[in-house]
Structure formats: C-alpha cells, structure tokens
Design a protein around this ligand. Structure first.
Ligand code: GLU
Length: 295
C-alpha cells in the first residue's frame, strides 16, 4: 500500500514585529486548512534576515497564537539555527553549477528597471563581495488552491534570483524551500504577497529532487489599495484585542461568517466551529481586501 503522507501545514512568520491582523489571517487559514484534515500544523520562526529580526518578537507572536488557541505541533524551528543545513544545500547547488557569483549592485539593477538581466551568469566570478544567484528554471504557471490557474510575469520567472546575499545571509527563497522540505510540509497556505514567488520555490524543489508542497494563497488585508498591512507600516499588535471578536472578524474575512447563535460564544467554540465548517473554496479570490471593512 502506498504511504499517504500526513497532511502537514505550517505558519512561518518573520519575527520583525508582533502579530497583526494580516499575519493572524495567514496563521488561522493555515491552521484551519490543516486541522480540518486532521493534519499537523507546524510553527517556524523565519529569522533568517537577522538585521530585520526584532528581539522579543518571536515570543510575542507565540504568546498571541496561544491566546487565540492556535497550538502548533512539535518543536518550533528557528531558521537562525539551521545555517549549516542551508550551507550544505548551497554547496551542493554550487557543485552542480546551478549557482554563480554576481557583482551587480542594487543600484545597477534598479537602473535597468529593477530586474537582474543575467550579466554575471557566464563570468565565473569567485572573489570579491559577491551575491550568489540560482540559474532560473521557474515556470510561469502554477495552480493555486485558492486562486486557481495562475500566470506570473515572465520577468520574474526568468530572473536568476539571489540565494545568498552579499552580506553572507542566505535568502528567504532558499531557507523556505529547504525548511518546507525538511519538515515534510505537504501544503503551504500563506498571504497572496508571496504568490509570485511560488514558481521559484517549486523550481528549487525540483532541482533538489524533492516533492514540492501544494500552494494556496489568501487575500491580503490592506490598509489602502496596494498597502499591505505589515510590521513595517506599524500594523497594530493584536495581543490586546478581544479574542472572540477578533477571531470572528478573521473568519468573516476568510468567507466563513459565524452563525448568529455563536455571536456570544467563547473563542474556543468559534475555533471548533471553524474547523468543522472550513472550506478553502469559500475564501475570496480578491487579491487584496481593505481590512477596515472587518474591524
Ligand atoms: N516569513 C514570511 C512572512 O512572514 C512567510 C513565508 C511563507 O509563508 O512562505 O511574510
């Protein structure tokens, strides 16, 4: 009999600030998608970008998840503790000539329209302050669990992107794939801001000869058109928001308004109702939604 992998989902916040309404939506949607299938839901702290890591943010995120009754399975993984593993994968890709050194500055790339054009691909650079780029093999299409058939820009698909930065830090793109692989993640549910990056991640899985998870993206909560709610634009910490009320707002955002008879129910009851009634097909296919409609 074939071994059917246990559904494994995850929430992977970057600890650059406390949990806000937008990241709570990502947490709850991935949680419900996992729990409605008796799956495991993991927590990974994506602190790979150390200059952007805010001390205490990871703990604050975890305490807020607990307040909402979102308990994760197993130990929490921290990317900052996995650098050796990323280095091994980096070495393997380098040996296979799948990556190359690049000396282009951000300024140069901005001047040519913001997309790197492959200038260093055949230079064989090995010394100096280099960034390391992966030879692109991303497709332009993929099927999203929420948005259906997606086509991303040809430029993004073709761009040889950075997997190790000039300052020596591994990029999110490398770490996220290695982690999802190592943690046996079968499905990724996350914010629609990462939709365009999905073919890159699928392609990297393929290079590593690993099975890629399925991907589903959730509409972004925005404070104004094109203005993602984020830690950078000081979206408010939800730690002190009333839990049941906030949970109901998130469920409404996700296309699951709670029934009238549960209006005064405690958060634990709302969460159980949501697990039983969750259907990802009910999530809106709007790329972004004004979050003020839900507060
Ligand atoms: N760490 C990313 C963020 O907080 C999410 C990465 C992912 O879910 O793939 O935006």
């Amino acid at each position: 009999m074939p071994i059917v992998p246990v559904y494994t989902g995850r929430f992977a916040p970057s600890p650059s600030g406390p949990l806000h309404f937008g990241s709570l939506i990502a947490a709850i949607s991935s949680y419900l998608q996992a729990k409605s299938q008796q799956g495991n839901w993991l927590l990974r702290i994506e602190d790979i970008d150390s200059p952007r890591t805010v001390p205490g943010a990871a703990d604050s995120i975890m305490r807020t998840l607990e307040l909402f009754g979102l308990y994760w399975h197993g130990p929490v993984i921290y990317q900052s503790q996995r650098l050796e593993r990323y280095q091994d994968i980096f070495n393997q890709l380098k040996q296979q000539n799948l990556i190359y050194g690049c000396q282009c500055s951000r300024k140069q790339i901005a001047e040519q329209g913001g997309t790197y054009q492959g200038q260093c691909a055949s230079l064989g650079l090995t010394t100096g302050r280099l960034a390391w780029r992966l030879r692109a093999n991303a497709k332009e299409n993929f099927t999203d669990l929420v948005f259906g058939e997606q086509t991303i820009s040809a430029e993004i698909a073709a761009e040889d992107y950075i997997i190790k930065r000039r300052d020596g830090l591994f990029s999110y793109q490398l770490a996220v794939v290695v982690d999802d692989w190592d943690q046996g993640v079968t499905e990724v549910i996350r914010g629609a801001d990462l939709l365009e990056m999905t073919p890159r991640q699928q392609a990297l899985f393929q290079l590593l000869q690993a099975a890629a998870p399925q991907y589903g993206h959730i509409p972004l909560a925005v404070s104004a058109p094109n203005m993602k709610l984020s830690k950078q634009n000081h979206a408010t910490d939800i730690r002190n928001w009333p839990v049941a009320h906030t949970l109901a707002k998130v469920l409404q955002f996700l296309g699951h308004p709670i029934p009238l008879e549960l209006k005064a129910a405690p958060a634990t009851e709302l969460l159980s109702w949501a697990i039983k009634n969750w259907q990802i097909a009910k999530v809106s296919r709007q790329y972004e939604i004004l979050h003020t409609e839900f507060l």
